[in-house]
Write a protein that binds this ligand. Structure first.
Ligand code: ADQ
Length: 416
């Protein structure tokens, strides 16, 4: 077989409004996840593990911490022409920022022109999953179609968050209809409670994608969106196929996490995905070394330490992830994810929570069902997540399911 050239494009310009306050100061793909990671590490690890080493990351909204993370973590040796390159919006096609994800690709056609790929893998940057894109590219090539959309079954009540796919009963690899975020839809013939949802990951034959985004740019009525405009364009041409995620087989996957895919676009989904990491038999297994999730190496951080600080002050953590540089000094941690460099002091308790980098928790504080963003100092005797009204009164965010979220830069005044 003749070698094929694949360029990967990561769409990382989304604002992530529903993750506020975590996205107040950073793009959604840069939000810390799982202790050591940033959300984009999952998409980039999948691409690199799939063998694709020419990758551009299209950024736009508050991209500074995303750019820094990519530069620190994902720099590749250029010896073989490999790169993971963050590309900021540059107004190459007129005085406007990206009008949508399709416009982001259109404004960077020069990159496609320079790299001359045969196929282009386009993926979102804010999902947690493992996927071998080379299997999808193979299926795309075999199909002879110009566009292939990765898909997974999702509950019908969430169909307004996804592109919903209908396939031809005679040829289940052919998309007969695609509706972006429908208000109402029908369930699948064999499972009326589910729909086939687009995962926001696509493979395109390069020339066809270039033609489609160019045409789209000239269309004044278009929203210039990959899901809303480009995929429907290929469906209308009867040139779009579906790749069922269930076919994807990643080395080292367990029965539990083989089909795992989470859109962590809301605070509740973000929280739940953390709980999936720490359940005793993890629903998503971070410890699969056959398909590693790469992230920033923090070689300056010491290993995590657990200190018995005195009577009644045994530093412990159970059913938890504890990152490098953490000191658990007489604190009790359960069912939580603790980010790098956190300092947790005597008589404090942290349960069912997500604590990000460099947070300090003072003595006698209690944190329950909370997400605490980076660098926050929690004074002694602070209570978080124990009383919804009090938390709201202090200006913190509390989600519908009762998770208290404290964003970066929040100053917490002592309570007592
Ligand atoms: P959404 O996730 O709602 O739906 P969108 O907000 O466009 O779509 O985000 C998709 C990706 O593109 C994200 O990674 C985002 O960061 C990025 N992005 C958004 N606007 C961008 C811009 N202007 N420039 C660069 N990048 C941008 C999509 C599909 C649905 C599918 C779901 C799956 O449209 O069909 O079902 O993903 O979650």
């Amino acid at each position: 077989m003749v070698a094929t050239k694949v360029l990967a494009i990561v769409l990382a310009g989304g604002e992530g409004k529903r993750l506020m306050p975590l996205t107040l100061d950073r793009a959604k793909p840069a939000v810390p996840f799982g202790g050591s990671y940033r959300l984009i590490d999952f998409a980039l690890s999948n691409i690199v593990n799939s063998g694709y080493l020419q990758v551009v990351v299209l950024t736009q909204y508050k991209s500074h911490s995303l750019d820094t993370h990519i530069a620190k973590t994902w720099r590749m040796s250029s010896l073989l022409g490999n790169y993971v390159a963050p590309v900021p919006a540059q107004q190459r096609m007129g005085k406007h920022w990206y009008l949508g994800s399709a416009d982001a690709i259109y404004q960077n056609l020069n990159i496609i022109g320079d790299s001359k790929p045969d196929y282009i893998v386009v993926v979102g940057a804010d999902h947690v999953y493992r996927m071998d894109f080379s299997q999808m590219v193979e299926a795309h090539i075999e199909s002879g179609r110009s566009c292939t959309v990765a898909a997974i079954r999702q509950p019908i009540e969430q169909s307004d968050q996804f592109g919903v796919i209908e396939v031809d009963p005679e040829d289940p690899t052919r998309i007969s209809q695609f509706v972006e975020k429908p208000k109402e839809t029908q369930g699948l013939p064999d499972d009326p409670e589910s729909v086939l949802a687009s995962m926001g990951n696509y493979v395109f034959t390069a020339d066809a994608l270039v033609e489609a985004v160019t045409k789209d740019a000239e269309d004044a009525d278009s929203k210039h969106d990959m899901g809303g405009d480009i995929v429907p364009h290929f469906v209308n041409l009867d040139d779009a196929g579906v790749y069922d995620f269930i076919r994807n087989d990643v080395p080292g996957s367990t029965d539990r996490d083989r089909d795992y895919w989470r859109d962590v676009g809301t605070l509740d989904a973000f929280y739940e995905a953390h709980m999936d990491l720490i359940s005793i038999h993890p629903i998503f297994n971070l410890y699969n070394t056959a398909w590693p999730v790469f992230t920033e190496s923090r070689s300056a951080l010491a290993p995590a330490k657990f200190v018995h600080a005195g009577p009644g002050r045994v530093g412990t953590a159970v059913d938890s992830i504890v990152s490098a540089g953490v000191v658990v000094s007489g604190a009790q941690i359960s069912n939580s994810v603790i980010g790098p460099g956190a300092q947790l002091h005597s008589w404090s308790s942290i349960s069912d929570s997500v604590i990000m980098d460099n947070v300090t928790v003072g003595r006698h504080s209690q944190i329950h069902r909370a997400i605490i963003d980076k660098d926050i100092d929690i004074p002694p005797r602070t209570q978080i997540g124990l009383n919804r009204e009090e938390d709201l009164a202090r200006g913190w965010t509390v989600t519908d399911s009762g998770i208290t979220v404290i964003g970066k830069g929040t100053i917490i005044e002592p309570q007592h």
